[in-house]
Design a protein around this ligand. Structure first.
Ligand SMILES: Nc1nc2c(c(=O)[nH]1)N[C@H]1C(S)=C(S)[C@@H](COP(=O)(O)O)O[C@H]1N2
Ligand SMILES: [Mo]
Length: 230
């Protein structure tokens, strides 16, 4: 097996994870697939079934969180973002030619941004299944972005909107988290873990936060499931 990217360590199970603020936030309508496409585009639209008519693919890829944990061989199912972009977005929504900064918004208020060329890579998916099962609320129901070359925080869950912008003014890293945690591309192979701070420092700060974050997200999910089953 190929070695993990620099600074990463394998963990056995795929945890639910993120910034603390989002631990207790879950989609109100985890099965509703409606996706709003907007930004600097000619025809903003709400797509009722964004996967309709596109080829379904399966892909096995590793998942790397910026805090240094990685899971190997995650099996995703969904559609290729490049397919969606060229067959649905370009002809129907018509983004401005220079609107190449793409913002992804989750129903929980989380957001991420990536440059369009990164999103057109063959391994970038909109995924609605994990290990052959419908994606659950833990990993991003109804569907999420999967961009394996970029750290976990670019892989936005619970997608409700995608926006194409000419500049990044409409995007900000989830507040109140400090902007040193953000990076436009966050490529795993280049250890683009953040900004301003040296990468060894980011690594060691983040590493300390892993166990408590996993616990926090696991407990929140358990409480959420309890309240649903009542
Ligand atoms: N909507 C949403 N997307 C999100 C997050 C989140 O809290 N909300 N957390 C991000 C972070 S930091 C990581 S590491 C991955 C974790 O994905 P997982 O919960 O499926 O492990 O989701 C990313 N996408
Ligand atoms: Mo993360």
């Amino acid at each position: 097996m190929s070695p993990l990217p620099k600074g990463q360590r394998e963990i056995a199970a795929f945890p639910r994870f993120g910034l603390g603020k989002f631990a207790n936030r879950f989609p109100v309508h985890p099965m509703r697939r409606t996706l709003t496409i907007g930004g600097d585009v000619a025809h903003p639209q709400e797509l009722a079934d964004p996967f309709a008519g596109l080829e379904r693919v399966e892909q096995i890829s590793d998942f790397h969180c910026v805090t240094t944990w990685s899971v190997r061989n995650v099996r995703w199912g969904g559609i290729r973002f490049a397919d969606f972009h060229t067959r649905v977005i370009e002809p129907q929504i018509r983004p401005d030619e220079d609107a190449v900064l793409v913002v992804f918004r989750g129903e929980d208020g989380f957001a991420g941004i990536l440059p369009l060329p990164d999103l057109l890579a063959g391994d970038v998916l909109l995924a609605d299944s994990l290990d052959g099962q419908t994606l659950g609320v833990d990993h991003g129901a109804p569907y999420r972005l999967v961009a394996p070359a970029h750290y976990g925080f670019k892989n936005v869950k619970h997608l409700i909107a995608i926006e194409y912008w000419r500049d990044a003014r409409q995007y900000h890293f989830p507040r109140p988290y400090p902007s040193f945690m953000d990076h436009l591309r966050a490529r795993v192979d280049f250890e683009e873990r953040g900004r301003f701070l040296p990468v060894w420092l980011l690594r060691s700060i983040y590493r300390l936060l892993i166990p408590s974050t996993i616990r926090n997200f696991r407990n929140s999910l358990a409480r959420h499931q309890m309240s649903k089953s009542k």
